[in-house]
Design a protein around this ligand. Structure first.
Ligand code: PLP
Length: 386
């Protein structure tokens, strides 16, 4: 079979399943209202929870960093790509997260892959939640450790499997999202921590959707649950509530020095761009100085839940800014998403293979208004039959 025959055939299969996806062009600035393919829509598809990605202060910080350092870091961090700006950003992350040190990566995805692969190998064991993000799953595969999946957030099953398998391996790493990105529920962090301690495991958590959202200062689920531990590796992204691009690891000095010497997705790639680093640094400052943004986000989450309370369709349990409405199948999800678009709302249909069962995924922002939720309710009500 020729390459193009193979590719077309694969795409046909994807299309028949209603799994085919394509990018959509948003024009102009991002925010609670966006211009999508010529239409003004209320945006429920953004991870920019605090509305910082188009904040003038972040934009100016990015411009200033470019003026000071140029557009590219020009090399890997260990060769020629390290600037004072990176150090300032890492210090700000460490101080916010209450860790000794932090390290920034080109993205959250590369941070997860690289960190997992550098921490464990064939002699070791990984326990992974079945709904973990793709980057955690692929990091686990790359590490060549034995991988055991456990049912979503099921600590009893995790413990049972630990009892059966832990003694056959050297190190054991438990990996989990804290806020599950396609479900919106939380990992039971205190219970996980107790299990990790009891069975001599390390716990690697992905705070991508928790940072800036959860906890008293937006520090994430560790702060929200007041969980601490020497055996925790905390990873997150600068690309969601922080409105920039990049990933980070926060932890002890010895962990960070180990990663600087062992983590291939940090060592062999170009340093974070000055614009991204400058914007992220400004975001951390704003998140700490303006807790009212996070308060407004949580008020909006409450308002949306209140509006949808009387609603007959089944929303999945959520304790974050992510709320999902179950669909019968991929076709329904796509149809419903199109209907919502016709009525002024941008709500993505999330389908396999991203999730096992199709759904509409709403993410709430601090910059949404009550009228957006009221109108959404009206529109949803008129399509109850779908
Ligand atoms: C978005 C996301 C990532 C990847 O972060 P990027 O910085 O966008 O690469 C990792 N983990 C989870 C849970 C995410 O939702």
């Amino acid at each position: 079979m020729s390459l193009s025959q193979y590719l077309s055939k694969s795409l046909d299969t994807i299309k028949r399943a209603n799994w085919y996806r394509q990018e959509k062009t948003i024009t102009g600035l991002c925010g609670a209202i966006i211009d999508l393919e010529g239409e003004k829509l209320v945006n429920f598809a953004s991870n920019d929870y605090l509305g910082l990605a188009c904040d003038k202060r972040l934009m100016n910080a990015a411009i200033q960093s470019i003026q000071e350092f140029g557009t590219g870091a020009t090399g890997s961090r260990l060769v020629s790509g390290h600037r004072q700006l990176h150090e300032n950003l890492e210090n700000a992350i460490a101080s916010w997260k209450n860790t000794e040190k932090a390290l920034v990566f080109s993205s959250g995805y590369t941070a997860n892959i690289g960190v997992i692969a550098s921490l464990v190998n064939q002699k070791d064991l990984i326990f992974s939640d079945e709904y973990n993000h793709s980057s955690l799953k692929n990091g686990a595969k790359l590490s060549q450790a034995q991988i055991i999946e456990y049912k979503h957030c099921n600590c009893a099953e995790l413990e049972e499997k630990l009892l059966k398998n832990r003694h056959n391996y050297r190190h054991c790493l438990i990996i989990t999202d804290t806020v599950f990105s396609m479900d919106g529920d939380l990992c039971p962090l205190p219970e996980m921590m107790a299990i990790a301690n009891k069975y001599d495991c390390w716990l690697l958590i992905d705070e991508a959707h928790a940072t800036g959202v959860m906890g008293k200062t937006g520090g994430g689920c560790l702060e929200h649950f007041e969980v601490k531990g020497e055996n925790i590796i905390e990873i997150g992204t600068l690309s969601k509530a922080m409105g920039s691009l990049g990933g980070y690891v926060a932890g002890s000095e010895v962990l960070i020095n180990f990663l600087k010497n062992r983590c291939q997705t940090w060592i062999y790639t170009t340093g974070l761009s000055p614009a991204d680093a400058g914007a992220a640094l400004k975001a951390i400052e704003i998140i700490q100085e303006e807790p009212q943004r996070r308060r407004q986000l949580w008020e909006n989450i409450r308002l949306l839940k209140q509006e949808l309370n009387s609603f007959k369709m089944s929303f999945m349990p959520s304790e974050s800014a992510i709320m999902c409405l179950k669909s019968k199948n991929a076709e329904d999800a796509v149809k419903f998403s199109l209907k919502l678009k016709e009525n002024g709302f941008f709500v993505p249909a999330i389908r396999p293979p991203t999730v096992p069962r199709s759904r509409l995924r709403f993410s709430v922002m601090a910059t949404h208004k009550l009228e957006h939720f009221r109108r959404l309710k009206e529109v949803l009500n008129s399509y109850q039959n779908l």
